[in-house]
Design a binder for this molecule. Structure first.
Ligand code: NAG
Ligand code: NAG
Ligand code: NAG
Length: 307
C-alpha cells in the first residue's frame, strides 16, 4: 500500500516536472524603447506591457535607450527614477530584470554614468553593469538553447574603440542565438533614418550579417518597424515608441529600399515588441498601447539553419 502511494506520488511529481518543462521551455521578453518621457502614451504602454508579460510569462525587459528624457538622470536620487520608471511600470509581471541600454538622451552632461552606478541598487530590476556589456540567457528548465545579447552604447559608436568592441563581441559569441542591441538603428525608414557609420560595409552591419546575428533591436526613431533582406540573416527591429511618436520619412524609406532591404512593417503608434524564443524559432510580436497585436513574424535561428 505504502509502496503504491509512493509510486503514484513519484508519477505525479515527475509528470509535473514534465509539464513545467513543456510550458516553460521557451524564453519571452519585452523590447521597449524611448520610453522615459511622461506623455499621454507612457502609462498606457506600461499597462499593455504588464498584460503581455503576464500572459507570456516574460522573463525580462530589454530597453533600447532614451530611458530618461531629456537629459538622463543626474544622480542616484534623481526624482525621475520614480516618476518615469518606478511609479509607471508597476505591474507585478514587470517586476523582472530590466537589461538597460543607453540612448543619446541618457548621455547629456555626462549623466550616463548614473545609470551604470544604479546597477541593481536604485531598483533591484535595473541591470546595467557598464555602459555596454553582454549577457547570456538559458532556456528555462531544459537548457536547450543559449541566447547571448550584445548591448552596445551606440552614442559612442563614432569612437573606434566602441566599434571594435561591438565587432569583437559579435565574432566571439558562441551561443546558439546571438542578438545585438543598441539605441541607434542600423536601418530605419523613420525620421532619423539609418545610421551611416553602423551601416557602412566595413562596420557593424556586416559583422552581424556574417556572424548570423538573428536580430538587431534598436530605437531612436519613435516608431515600430521591421526591416529585412531577402538573403541576409539579420532582422532589424525598431521599438522606439514607448512614449513619443515620429512619422515615417519618405527619404529614409527610399534609402532603405536603395540599400536592398524591405520595410516589412512600419507603424507610428505607441507600443512595444514582445519576443518569444522556443528552441530554434522566435515569434516577434508588435503590440500597441491598447494591447492589440498589430503585427508578428516568425524567425528561424540563422545559426541553427547553417548546421
Ligand atoms: C504625467 O502626465 C500626466 C498627464 O498626461 C499627469 O496627470 C501626471 O501628473 C504626470 N506625472 C508626473 C509625475 O509628472
Ligand atoms: C519584486 O521582486 C523582488 C525580487 O523577487 C521582491 O523582493 C519584491 O518584493 C518584489 N516587489 C513587488 C512589489 O512585488
Ligand atoms: C506568434 O504570436 C502571435 C501573437 O501572440 C500569435 O497570434 C501567433 O499565433 C504566433 N505564431 C505562432 C506560429 O505561434
Amino acid at each position: 500500500m505504502a509502496k503504491t502511494v509512493v509510486f503514484v506520488l513519484m508519477m505525479v511529481i515527475s509528470l509535473s516536472f514534465l509539464w513545467i518543462a513543456n510550458v516553460q521551455g521557451k524564453t519571452s521578453f519585452i523590447v521597449l524603447g524611448d520610453w522615459g518621457y511622461n506623455s499621454s502614451h507612457q502609462a498606457k504602454v506600461a499597462k499593455a506591457m504588464g498584460e503581455w508579460a503576464e500572459a507570456n510569462n516574460a522573463r525580462f525587459v530589454l530597453t533600447v535607450g532614451d530611458n530618461f528624457y531629456n537629459e538622463g538622470v543626474s544622480s542616484l536620487t534623481d526624482p525621475l527614477w520614480n516618476t518615469l520608471y518606478r511609479d509607471v511600470y508597476v505591474d507585478p509581471s514587470l517586476n523582472i530584470t530590466w537589461y538597460a541600454c543607453l540612448g543619446n538622451h541618457d548621455h547629456y552632461w555626462g549623466n550616463a554614468i548614473y545609470q551604470v552606478k544604479a546597477h541593481q541598487t536604485v531598483d533591484w530590476r535595473w541591470y546595467m553593469p557598464n555602459l555596454y556589456y553582454t549577457f547570456e540567457i538559458q532556456d528555462h528548465e531544459g537548457d536547450q538553447v543559449t541566447i547571448e545579447f550584445i548591448v552596445a552604447d551606440t552614442e559612442n559608436c563614432k569612437s573606434k574603440m566602441q566599434m571594435k568592441w561591438m565587432k569583437k563581441a559579435i565574432t566571439r559569441s558562441s551561443a546558439d542565438w546571438t542578438i545585438a542591441v543598441g539605441h541607434h538603428p542600423v536601418l530605419s525608414s523613420g525620421k532619423h533614418g539609418s545610421t551611416p557609420t553602423m551601416y557602412s560595409s566595413s562596420s557593424y552591419r556586416k559583422a552581424m550579417e556574417e556572424e548570423k546575428v538573428a536580430f538587431y533591436f534598436s530605437g531612436h526613431d519613435h516608431s515600430l518597424e521591421h526591416i529585412s533582406h531577402s538573403n541576409r540573416p539579420t532582422e532589424y527591429v525598431i521599438s522606439g515608441s514607448g512614449s513619443k511618436l515620429y512619422d515615417r520619412s519618405e527619404e529614409s524609406l527610399q534609402d532603405v529600399v536603395d540599400k536592398g532591404y524591405t520595410s516589412e512593417f512600419f507603424e507610428s503608434t505607441p507600443g512595444f515588441v514582445g519576443v518569444t524564443i522556443h528552441n530554434n524559432v522566435a515569434n516577434v510580436t508588435f503590440v500597441d498601447k491598447g494591447g492589440n497585436v498589430i503585427y508578428w513574424f516568425l524567425k528561424e535561428n540563422p545559426r541553427a539553419a547553417a548546421i
